[in-house]
Write a protein that binds this ligand. Structure first.
Ligand SMILES: [Zn+2]
Length: 595
């Protein structure tokens, strides 16, 4: 039997109780019940997501890496070198949910980090849920110090997976074992954990206001003892008055001569050059600074180790699932760009963190008993300044100036309307003021189309398409239209989807400026690594195109569970053949998983 957590689970009773009395007595009668269905199956599935890890970055910085992290994955794993997302809005919650569900945002419903809910008239931060408050006092998002723009928009501290419209692989694993599989997800970002934990797992994330890993009442009525113990140790205080320093001699780095780069953002005094000082533990932005550096990943790893040990993950024949999402690469990419001394050093530190994790898993569970899958929720762009240096046209788009543009003025005149036409704009969706349009007796579809047409004439806009047009099934089969459709959910998507031309993006989020902003449909934003390692896997590098949504159906096939309820990815045969070598090799007919 599984060793049960001593915590009290509030939402789902399965893993805590799992009808233990019934199960235990049943096991005495039928001892074979709990033996693994298939001897080849791993004891632990370890799904790692590195936030904003563009597909080329591990190879680009591998020269100065050690042997136990990325190099281990490269030399022992199956590395898919041409994996791209197919949806238009390459944002964090969208990618994480696609990884978890094997589905497109059109189906899983997490179309954007923030959307406007027309029923309540409110903005919704993807996983917010006012019914399930966070467990710790003082752990609500502190809007005065929260620099994560989308998270700061949440109107409640509550968090749950309720807005995810389909099942995750972890849900299916849980269903297939009647709740016996232990499922845990950990991340600095709440949306990096809640998505992968699914509806029946346990999610923990880092509260910048409390400096602790927290959860919500969806998952527990009170913390498991091991979480309380970990938080009591105040590990985040260990970085007080320290700084993020270079791991190696500066001259050994590709970007060693380019530390002081004007494209970089000096946010809240964290600075543009090494060393980046964290300051005292009680200073306003201290915990933010930890997450903007490799320290955030180190804390995440430490907490994940405590989860492995305390919850005894991978210790018996019921396969467990641990998801870890490392967030530092994303913050570093946003503030400094992926081609910066900071990004380069962060990659070397992440490599050490991964090596540490793999060594720990090997010692406690055995890498042979563990199936590792690593990917990212999205890629990321260079800074415009970096692209320009190489002769590539690039820049920021300024939506606040659209209102003054001649095309929008024409439109307002045509419909006889003022400022109130646009209700809100949260990239990539623009929401129109339906009430005003109705009150003026205008036809919504016509206004949508007219606004979309005018937006197409603005510099930097590659596609502006209305929800009515997306619903019409009359679009030509182009790359951008496919990406738009795969992101379109009629309940949540806005009136008009706006995509920018390559190398252009928005960089101003409510006054908070960033150096590089992902979220588009172009190669640099959609490109991520997909790597399987450990377990039965043998080294292979594969260049055929695949999609990250193929991961969940692959895991489902290894575990012989149902595929998540709207998974449209295809199982990856190169992985499966190591688990089921005698299984007939299916012809892979996939070209596009959509249409
Ligand atoms: Zn992200």
């Amino acid at each position: 039997m599984k060793n049960h957590s001593n915590a009290t689970s509030s939402k789902n009773k399965h893993w805590k109780h799992a009808g233990c009395r019934w199960f235990c007595s049943t096991l005495l009668l039928f001892p074979l019940f709990n033996t693994p269905a298939l001897a080849n199956q791993p004891r632990l599935i370890l799904q790692i997501t590195v936030d904003q890890l563009r597909g080329d970055l591990p190879d680009k910085y591998m020269k100065n890496m050690g042997t136990g992290g990325f190099r281990y994955l490269k030399e022992s794993g199956i590395w898919y070198a041409n994996a791209h997302y197919g949806h238009a809005n390459t944002e964090t919650v969208v990618g994480h949910t696609s990884l978890a569900t094997g589905a497109d945002p059109a189906q899983h419903g997490m179309v954007s980090n923030v959307w406007f809910d027309r029923q309540s008239g409110k903005l919704v931060y993807n996983i917010e849920d006012s019914r399930y408050h966070v467990l710790s006092a003082n752990a609500d998002v502190d809007k005065r110090t929260e620099i994560d723009a989308s998270q700061a928009l949440a109107s409640s501290d509550g968090r749950s997976p309720a807005n995810i419209m389909v099942t995750t692989f972890s849900d299916e694993l849980s269903l297939s074992t009647n709740g016996q599989a232990k499922i845990i997800a950990v991340s600095v970002k709440d949306r990096g954990a809640v998505t992968l934990a699914g509806h029946n797992g346990k999610a923990f994330w880092f509260s910048k206001s409390a400096g602790e890993f927290i959860t919500s009442t969806y998952y527990y009525e009170r913390y498991p003892d091991w979480v309380t113990d970990w938080n009591k140790k105040k590990k985040s205080d260990a970085y007080a008055n320290q700084s993020w320093q270079l791991l190696h001699k500066q001259s050994s780095y590709m970007y060693g001569d380019e530390d002081d780069n004007s494209a970089e953002i000096d946010v809240a005094g964290f600075g543009r050059v090494f060393p980046h000082a964290y300051g005292p533990a009680n200073s306003k932005y201290y915990t933010n600074f930890l997450t903007f550096s490799p320290a955030g990943d180190e804390l995440t790893l430490d907490f994940a180790k405590a989860a492995i040990e305390s919850e005894k993950l991978g210790q018996d024949d019921v396969t467990d699932f641990l998801a870890i999402s490392f967030s530092s690469t994303d913050y570093v990419g946003h503030l400094f760009g992926p081609s910066s001394l900071e990004a380069e050093d962060n990659m070397l530190r992440l490599d050490l963190t991964l090596a540490d994790l793999f060594a720990y898993v090997d010692k406690h569970i055995g890498l042979d008993n563990t199936l590792i899958v690593l990917s990212a929720d999205h890629g990321g762009p260079e800074t415009p300044q970096h692209w320009q240096k190489f002769g590539i046209d690039s820049g920021y788009v300024l939506p606040e100036e659209w209102d003054k543009s001649p095309s929008i003025s024409r439109l307002k005149k045509r419909f006889g309307i003022g400022q109130a036409l646009i209700q809100s704009f949260f990239p990539p969706y623009l929401y129109l003021n339906h009430k005003m349009i109705k009150d003026k007796g205008l036809i919504l579809e016509e206004v949508q189309q007219a606004v979309a047409d005018e937006l197409m004439s603005i510099k930097g806009v590659a596609l502006a398409v209305s929800s009515t047009t997306l619903n019409s099934n009359k679009l030509p089969d182009t790359y951008l239209n496919r990406a738009a459709l795969r992101n379109f959910n009629s309940k949540r998507s806005g009136d008009i989807l706006i995509l920018f031309q390559p190398h252009y993006s928005i960089n101003d989020f409510h006054g908070e400026k960033l150096a590089a902003v992902h979220g588009g449909p172009w190669e640099y934003d959609t490109f991520v690594p997909v790597v399987f390692a450990g377990g039965k896997i043998k080294q292979q590098r594969i260049s055929r195109p695949i999609e990250p949504i193929d991961i969940a159906p692959t895991l489902a096939e290894i575990m012989k569970t149902n595929s998540p309820s709207r998974a449209s990815g295809r199982p990856l045969q190169e992985v499966l053949q190591h688990y089921y070598p005698h299984q007939g090799k299916e012809k892979d007919a996939k070209e596009f998983s959509y249409i």
